[in-house]
Design a protein around this ligand. Structure first.
Ligand SMILES: Nc1nc2c(c(=O)[nH]1)N[C@H]1C(S)=C(S)[C@@H](COP(=O)(O)O)O[C@H]1N2
Ligand SMILES: [Mo]
Length: 235
């Protein structure tokens, strides 16, 4: 199996992220994805609408910037390009360029993706994983999945999509903004095969430190998930 540079395979698929021990946010009774930004008028897309668009299945590995990779996940949902072309593009005023898309989660997580990366063939809004509806661990009711980019791009519990005509400020995830470590700013492209882990730091400088954080973060995130589990370790 070939993984991107600096990645190590992990057994299973841990719950991971800035939420640590916090439980997954409650799923609203009638979940919607809010469409905001440079659209003529803000509007909400009921999640049920995704079921009416052409469906897409994607089998891909998932790579966290901390260095673990979960292999062969089977996602089902709608390609982001389909959502963009069908629902968002028609709502833009004429001559309005879109350069960046912000994906926000119910827990306050946010990721910023260039329009080019967001429209790539392997970017999905997924509601199913390995044949089952997404659970709270992995982003219920729906999440972004962009497997060619580091995991922090793939916002779970997706509740808002914002389209922008310039790179929005404060592009890194909220958890990183709280730390004094602004150095850990997300990379604006975050492509795993180019090891674009961070905007300022060279990737080799963070690999070892990150590896040491995998087990504790997975352990804490697991406690906020559905049940106790053994902290996964890189093989
Ligand atoms: N809403 C939300 N999305 C998120 C995160 C988060 O904390 N909250 N963490 C990100 C990070 S850093 C990773 S590696 C993946 C982990 O996805 P998983 O928990 O399904 O393994 O989710 C990403 N999306
Ligand atoms: Mo991550």
């Amino acid at each position: 199996m070939t993984l991107p540079p600096g990645q190590h395979p992990i057994d299973g698929f841990p719950r991971f992220g800035g939420h640590l021990s916090r439980p997954a946010p409650a799923v609203p009774t009638d979940p919607v994805i809010e469409i905001r930004g440079v659209v003529t008028e803000a509007f909400d897309v009921p999640l049920g609408t995704l079921a009416t668009l052409p469906r897409r299945e994607l089998i891909a590995d998932f790579h966290c910037v901390a260095g673990w990779s979960a292999t062969d996940l089977r996602w089902e949902g709608v390609s982001f390009e389909t959502v963009y072309r069908t629902l968002i593009e028609p709502a833009l005023p004429p001559e309005t360029p879109v350069t960046h898309v912000v994906f926000r989660g119910l827990d306050g997580w946010r990721s910023v993706v260039s329009i080019e990366d967001a429209l790539a063939d392997d970017v999905l809004i997924a509601e199913r994983l390995d044949g089952r509806p997404l659970d709270g661990d992995h982003g219920a009711p729906a999440r972004l999945v962009s497997p060619s980019q580091y995991g922090y791009v793939s916002t779970k519990h997706l509740c808002r999509i914002e389209v922008h005509s310039a790179e929005p400020k404060g592009t890194h995830a909220s958890v990183l903004r709280q730390l004094p470590l602004r150095l850990l700013s997300a990379h604006p492209r975050a492509r795993v095969w180019r090891e674009e882990r961070h905007r300022y730091l060279p990737p080799w400088s963070v690999r070892r430190v990150y590896r040491a954080t995998i087990a504790p973060i997975a352990y804490l995130s697991g406690r906020g998930g559905r049940g106790a589990r053994n902290p996964p370790r890189p093989r």
